[in-house]
Design a protein around this ligand. Structure first.
Ligand code: CA
Length: 409
């Protein structure tokens, strides 16, 4: 699991509901947390002190903290519809973000060049992460971080992870000399311009402007330097791109697509793939996979090892393509070569039924969870090939109907 993998994109929605103080016990509804909140706090206090937090901080902060019940609603709220690439991408890589990103690249040009020298990550990627995480700082989230983490730590579902994050948040509070009120962010505890979880903040955030403080809430240079240091530590290979949009030959065998089918660049060259302008993609040994997130009517992307680095920030292929493509646009490139296709919208229930149908017919798509992940795409491609459909792994209406087989109603 990445440090920052919880529900991006909720930040802006949640940012509207501001809670101004840590101590609003008077009007707070009764918590529906599993078990007993006071005994959970006692356990967290023990864990905090064992983790190096002072007794004074443990008493003053955890001793008076109240849960935020609505956090659990956010955590349990599953969207009704399966996200399509078209829906995801069009909301995130838009003209506003490109224009604003170019302004920020220009504004911080000299500083970003320094960061690239030091950490090996080009500035346009750092600006792209920043734009996607918080609209360049416009939506950093206003949920009190310590209350959010405490609530999640006292809920059974992911108690261990959030308890650890809470201890790191308390250490951060002490290290940076913060007031609890200053620590705000997303409902899941991600903070500041780059939405770092506490562990990432403690380990990878650094001082960019040289004032001795590491302030991801208010200081853009600290945020950019921290992003550079984080991405370097996630394994970025200097001198390489994230990937690129490519053009496929007319007779392309779509069963070669998918993240798990990594091949040297020379293999894709032999298959007839080119850059979108028709020029050669290169013939080296760089391992690359082909993603076709919107089906064969949409754009195809060849992804390189640095794509996996982006996924360690947020484990979503859509996110990875958005970061990479937005970075290219910020650096001056044009848009995608093909318009985003109009894709059918499925509910999670419809997608689950589709997965169950495929599993029943012997095309393994893994657990029927309503999510169109890499495992599902593998099974869908095999099914499509068996039916003489374009095996692009995309559940077109035709594919979904065909999977109903004899059970069609
Ligand atoms: Ca600083």
């Amino acid at each position: 699991m990445s440090f920052l993998s919880f529900s991006k994109g909720l930040v802006s929605a949640i940012g509207l509901t501001c809670v101004s103080s840590l101590s609003i016990a008077e009007s707070a509804p009764a918590p529906v947390l599993e078990g007993d909140f006071p005994s959970c706090i006692a356990r967290l206090q023990q864990q905090a002190i064992a983790g190096g937090v002072s007794k004074a901080t443990s008493d003053s902060v955890l001793g008076t903290i109240q849960p935020l019940e609505r956090i659990l609603k956010y955590d349990r709220n599953q969207p009704e519809f399966v996200q399509t690439f078209t829906g995801y991408f069009s909301k995130r890589v838009n003209d506003w973000r490109v224009t604003k990103g170019r302004e920020k690249l220009k504004l911080h040009r000299a500083f970003l060049q320094e960061l690239t020298k030091q950490h090996g990550v080009p500035g346009h990627y750092l600006v792209s992460f920043w734009g996607l995480e918080t609209n360049f700082g416009a939506y950093k989230g206003k949920i009190p971080t310590l209350r959010a983490l405490t609530t999640m730590a006292c809920d059974q579902r992911r108690s261990e992870y959030f308890s650890q994050e809470l201890v790191q948040a308390l250490l951060l509070l002490e290290r940076e000399g913060l007031n609890p009120e200053q620590m705000v962010g997303s409902w899941a505890g991600a903070m500041g311009h780059t939405q770092f979880m506490p562990t990432a903040y403690i380990k990878y955030a650094i001082d960019g402007d040289g004032d001795g403080k590491v302030d991801l809430w208010n200081n853009e240079k600290d945020a950019l330097a921290s992003a550079a240091n984080f991405v370097k530590n996630l394994g970025w290979q200097p001198g390489y791109r994230w990937g690129r949009e490519v053009k496929l030959p007319d007779d392309f065998d779509y069963q070669l697509a998918g993240k798990t089918n990594a091949k040297p660049l020379s293999f894709w060259h032999q298959q007839g793939l080119t850059k979108v302008d028709g020029s050669a993609i290169g013939e080296g040994e760089l391992m690359s996979s082909l993603l076709i997130p919107a089906g064969h009517k949409g754009s195809a992307f060849l992804i390189y090892p640095n794509f996996d680095v982006i996924l360690r920030w947020n484990n979503s292929e859509y996110y990875g393509i958005a970061v990479g493509h937005l970075a290219d646009r910020i650096a001056g490139a044009g848009g995608l070569s093909k318009p985003l296709p109009d894709l059918p919208k499925y509910t999670r229930e419809q997608m689950k039924t589709f997965q169950e149908n495929l599993n029943q017919q012997g095309f393994d798509v893994g657990k029927a969870d309503g999510i169109l992940g890499p495992a599902t795409r593998v099974g869908v491609r095999a099914f499509q090939a068996s039916k003489g459909l374009v095996a692009d792994g995309y559940p077109t209406q035709e594919t979904v109907d065909a999977a109903k087989g004899d059970n069609a109603d």
